[in-house]
Design a protein around this ligand. Structure first.
Ligand code: CS2
Ligand code: MG
Length: 402
């Protein structure tokens, strides 16, 4: 089966997405997500200008070899742009293989290990009471797990407090907006949010929280310890994880489960964290980790250390990635949870898909491959518009992590 062509589509149905479509001489095509929020055109160019010319004529069935060719052949390895581009190729080839064998992708990854993929939604509010109400709305929709974020008194704008309660994910048109931050105010406030949530909803709902890379290890140890009475499902991105060994300090102070990894792009970002069991969930997702081929290997590595996968799934990766993630999560044994921020109706119209939400789970559907398509004609109605993630400064103006 020969690759005859490959096209890159950049569109913006509510937010920017980059999609790769690979065509074969047997009339089958596959889709890959190449979206990197705020740097979309870098990945589009990496694909169009550098990878696609080397793809034409190759055998679409040789997924592993093509992955190794693009990873090792680049010489300049790793990084979010490179790995998102390679991921898109890898996803498209797995999609084609599922279609060629007329079977849903999970069957090619070992079959079903569960009846559905438990997901979590994003509840947020300007203050504790609004966030508590939002959590209640997610519970009413059938979610078994909810991430809760809220505004911090005395701090203008903070991560996770969305304008649109259901669909919003930051990527603002125009230049990067500036957020404000105070670790002290944040650390004093968040335990009150989770105390209120447990008082209101009891012990059953799985509650999650994202620190979004903003603490030092000892601050993370303090927060984890103060949240222990509210037994969170996980505390995410406590510290920037370039310093993997920093998690040793957090582990010394708290039993609150730790999740990290949405910004990782190869297995090498995880080796100390895994081998020293410094975390409980790995947040890597298909598009940012280089594709189905590597993320399967990463999940197997994590399994040795009793670490589960908790794939990233915000609105700033497309339904192609979400579909691939659901199939991946259906098959692995060490599945933890899947993030599921719903896409807008216009996004879903551009990317019709067979995965469905039911009673707190995503079900993959039984279409061959990923079970997702891309409406090129409709996509043309939503042209790309440059957008940036916010930046973050401390109250005194010091540049900080967003
Ligand atoms: C967040 C993301 O979903 C999450 O856990 O960390 O929404 C993140 O802010 C965005 O993906 C950045 O593009
Ligand atoms: Mg996160």
């Amino acid at each position: 089966m020969k690759i005859t062509d490959a096209k890159v589509f950049v569109c913006s149905p509510g937010r920017n997405f980059v999609t790769l479509k690979i065509y074969t001489d047997e009339g089958l095509y596959g889709l890959g997500d190449a979206t990197l929020n705020g740097r979309e055109l870098s990945v589009a160019s990496y694909l169009e200008d550098h990878l696609v010319p080397c793809l034409i004529g190759r055998d679409a069935r040789n997924i592993e070899d093509i992955w190794q060719y693009f990873y090792r052949g680049a010489y300049w390895r790793r990084g979010p742009v490179t790995m998102a581009a390679i991921a898109a190729v890898d996803m498209a080839l797995w999609d084609i293989k599922g279609k060629a064998l007329n079977t849903p992708l999970y069957n090619l990854l070992g079959g079903k290990s569960r009846h559905g993929v438990m997901v979590y939604g994003h509840a947020n509010g300007a203050d504790i009471s609004e966030t508590v109400d939002q959590v209640g709305q997610y519970i009413d929709q059938g979610y078994l797990a909810i991430r809760a974020q809220c505004g911090i008194p005395g701090v203008k704008g903070t991560y996770g407090v969305a304008k649109d309660k259901m669909f919003y994910e930051p990527a603002e048109k125009g230049l990067p907006p500036e957020n404000e931050w105070s670790t002290e105010k944040y650390l004093n406030h968040i335990p009150k949010l989770f105390q209120t949530l447990r008082d209101k909803y009891g012990d059953d709902p799985h509650l999650l929280h994202d620190c979004h890379h903003r603490l030092t290890p000892i601050e993370a140890g303090r927060l984890g310890k103060e949240l222990e009475p509210y037994h969170l499902f996980w505390l995410e991105d406590t510290v920037p994880a370039e310093l993997q060994e920093g998690f040793r300090i957090i582990r010394q102070h708290t039993t609150t489960p730790l999740a990290v990894g949405e910004v990782f792009n190869t297995v090498f970002d995880t080796t100390t964290l895994f081998t020293e069991q410094l975390i409980d969930y790995c947040r890597m997702c298909v598009v940012h980790s280089g594709g189905i081929t590597p993320i399967r290997k990463i999940a197997s590595f994590a399994e040795i250390y009793r670490i589960k996968m908790g794939c990233h799934g915000p609105t700033d990766v497309s339904p192609v990635n979400m579909a691939a993630s659901v199939h991946f999560n259906m098959s692995i044994n060490n599945f933890g949870i899947q993030e599921y921020m719903r896409h807008t109706p216009e996004t879903d119209a551009v990317f019709p898909h067979s995965y469905t939400f039911r009673d707190g789970y995503l079900l993959p559907g039984d279409k061959p491959g990923f079970g997702v398509d891309f409406d090129e004609k409709l996509a043309k109605k939503y042209p790309y518009e440059r957008a940036y993630l916010p930046v973050n400064r401390k109250i005194d103006g010091t540049m900080f992590d967003w």
